[in-house]
Design a protein around this ligand. Structure first.
Ligand code: NAP
Length: 306
């Protein structure tokens, strides 16, 4: 079984920054990622709140450069799905689709994925009008009406992105006030292609071969209406990717990993970083800080325990 000083699970900004710092500390480091590196940030069209990029940058460009930088300092990348872990021994075991690996430390940076709405039609029309990635699928809706569900940063940022293609972008939100950052809200309110449908939830996604309409219910009046759209982009929050950790590491009631200020979990030698942790702010700028801290804490742990 191949042995490492540090095994990083997850290749988003937190994992990539952890890799950079572990590599520069000359630790033998393996980074496991089930798809292409970059995480959720890689599917974000415009990131304009990452310090040092006043014109904004695309998520894919930023994370590709992070990957290149981690590789430059010797981090090994492997595309593999982690199926199980045994983190309680002195040596940690990570079992993947590509084999078993042993690490003195593990950094969990598996992030979070989009929460589903759970309404009729959502599963059925996924890939046929229902999407969770505007950057991937937005261009299919040139001159067509689409809806975005949600009122957070993801929903409003992606609604703005979709105005590049769609004829109209309806933002369906369950309240009458947005959760998104104020500067993002202001842009959306000023965008003529965006129309807000307040106090409304999606009861059903309807269609034939493809999506044709959303059945909406006004939560104040109970009134039902059908909103004709060709696509619906769902951004109703996140679910942490921690299913494979049950019984291994302490999780909070929502499945996020509580960590100390040094990114330690409750298991010695196991650290966590980025969106998967319990934290106030889930953004690239906080993920990279977590990743750097986790790597330095892992280095210190190895010095003291091996
Ligand atoms: P979020 O902040 O949790 O917002 C989720 C939105 O979906 C909320 O508006 C919520 O409504 C709504 N919602 C939740 N469950 C729903 C349901 N069952 N039906 C209808 N609506 C529902 O999630 P997010 O927007 O994905 O953002 C996640 C994190 O990433 C946040 O910390 C965010 O700041 C960050 N982020 C930042 C950026 C950026 O800075 N550029 C971009 C994307 C994401 P309520 O408001 O009523 O709760």
């Amino acid at each position: 079984m191949a042995a490492y000083d540090v095994i990083i699970i997850g290749g988003g900004p937190a994992g990539l920054a952890a890799g950079l710092y572990a590599g520069r500390a000359k630790l033998k480091t393996l980074l496991l990622e089930q798809m292409l590196a970059g995480g959720q940030a890689a599917t974000t069209d415009l990131i304009e709140n990452y310090p040092g990029a006043p014109e904004g940058t695309t998520g894919s460009k930023l994370t590709e450069r992070m990957e290149e930088q981690a590789k430059k300092f010797g981090v090994e990348f492997l595309m593999a799905q982690v199926t199980d872990v045994d983190l309680h021994g002195r040596e940690k075991i990570v079992i993947t689709s590509e084999g078993r690996y042993q690490g003195k430390t593990v950094i969990i940076a598996t992030g979070a994925t989009h929460r589903k709405l759970g309404c009729p039609g959502e599963e059925e029309f996924t890939g046929r009008g229902v999407s969770y990635c505007a950057t991937c699928d937005g261009a299919f809706y040139e001159d067509l009406p689409v809806a975005v569900v949600g009122g957070g940063d993801s929903a409003i940022t992606e609604a703005l992105f979709l105005t590049k293609f769609a004829s109209r972008v309806y933002v369906v939100h369950r309240r009458d006030a947005l959760r998104a950052t104020k500067v993002v809200q202001d842009k959306a309110f000023a965008e003529p292609k965006i129309e807000f449908v307040w106090n409304s939830v999606v009861e059903e996604i309807k269609g034939g071969e493809m999506v044709e309409a959303l059945r909406l219910r006004n939560v104040k009046t109970g009134a039902l209406q059908d909103l004709p759209v060709k696509g619906v982009f769902i951004y109703v929050g996140l679910v942490p990717n921690t299913g494979f950790l049950k019984g291994q590491v302490q999780l909070d009631e929502r499945g996020y990993i509580p960590v100390t200020a040094n990114m330690e979990t409750n298991v010695p030698g196991v650290f966590a970083a980025g969106d998967v942790t319990v934290k106030l702010l889930r953004q690239v700028v906080t993920a990279v800080g977590d990743g750097a801290t986790a790597a330095v804490a892992a280095e210190k742990y190895i010095e003291e325990n091996f």
